[in-house]
Design a protein around this ligand. Structure first.
Ligand code: URA
Length: 240
């Protein structure tokens, strides 16, 4: 693939801007500055840098963000900064694929929820992950206001009815790991589901953190606000 096209697919701007970046000597491939925008490279696995920023060619981008509290999973946030501002420009500007431009969050977390958020420009992946057929288990660490008792845990496991549906929703797993700390696994993602389930058993969520999706845990070295690429192995682990 031509170097200008590689940059374009990765979100570095229009084809004209990408050609300009190369011609002005801002792009190096394997440490060597290349000023001919038409130079052909094998795109898969290509490491290059643009204005000193290292990049890895990805036909589709899959990233993991450690969402900090006080951010909204929306491009047009109402009150808090958008999670998308935590990502580098090229990830947000990757060319339109179907209805999607740039990476999009795979499901949403509330403004005050922290932890694992996946983003991708792979529309099929977003669709699969949201589909009830796939049931990717998501683990939440929940800090509650009132001391937990066995009955609350039992009710969360047995199923509670929420206000928008007569069908009970239940936790796939639930354990009290401290007097005020619940570890809850859900396989669906209804609006405010953890908060509403905990409220339905007479308690209240004080803090919520998503620590695991499928078989992938949030890496301990990924600080709030940081992101990293997901590898093929990470994606396989998520799907289980
Ligand atoms: N459940 C909630 O209530 N909030 C979230 O952000 C995620 C799950």
């Amino acid at each position: 693939m031509r170097l200008e096209e590689i940059l374009y697919t990765q979100g570095f701007g229009t084809r004209r801007v990408c050609a300009g970046l190369v011609q002005q000597g801002f792009v190096s491939v394997a440490g060597v500055v290349t000023t001919d925008a038409a130079t052909e490279f094998i795109a898969d696995g290509l490491h290059f840098s643009v204005q000193g920023v290292p990049w890895l060619y990805q036909a589709k981008a899959y990233v993991l963000l450690h969402k900090p509290a006080g951010t909204e999973c929306s491009h047009k946030p109402s009150t808090w900064p958008s999670v998308y501002t935590l990502l580098p420009g090229p990830l947000r500007q990757r060319p339109q694929k179907g209805p999607i431009q740039g990476v999009q969050a795979v499901g949403r977390l509330d403004q005050d929820t922290t932890g694992m958020l996946l983003l991708t420009d792979d529309g099929q992946f977003i669709h699969r992950m949201g589909s009830p057929k796939h049931h990717v288990p998501k683990v939440y660490e929940v800090t509650v206001k009132h001391p937990l008792d066995d009955q609350q845990v039992a009710r969360l496991l047995a199923g509670v009815v929420l206000d928008d549906s007569p069908i009970a929703v239940r936790a796939a797993a639930c354990e009290a790991v401290g007097p005020l700390h619940l570890r809850l696994t859900l396989t669906e993602g209804k609006y405010h589901q953890v908060k509403r389930m905990v409220a339905a058993v007479g308690n209240r969520v004080e803090a919520l953190h998503r620590s695991q999706m499928g078989g992938l845990a949030l890496p301990a070295d990924l600080a709030p606000g940081q992101w990293r690429w997901l590898s093929a192995a990470d994606l396989a682990a998520i799907k289980g």
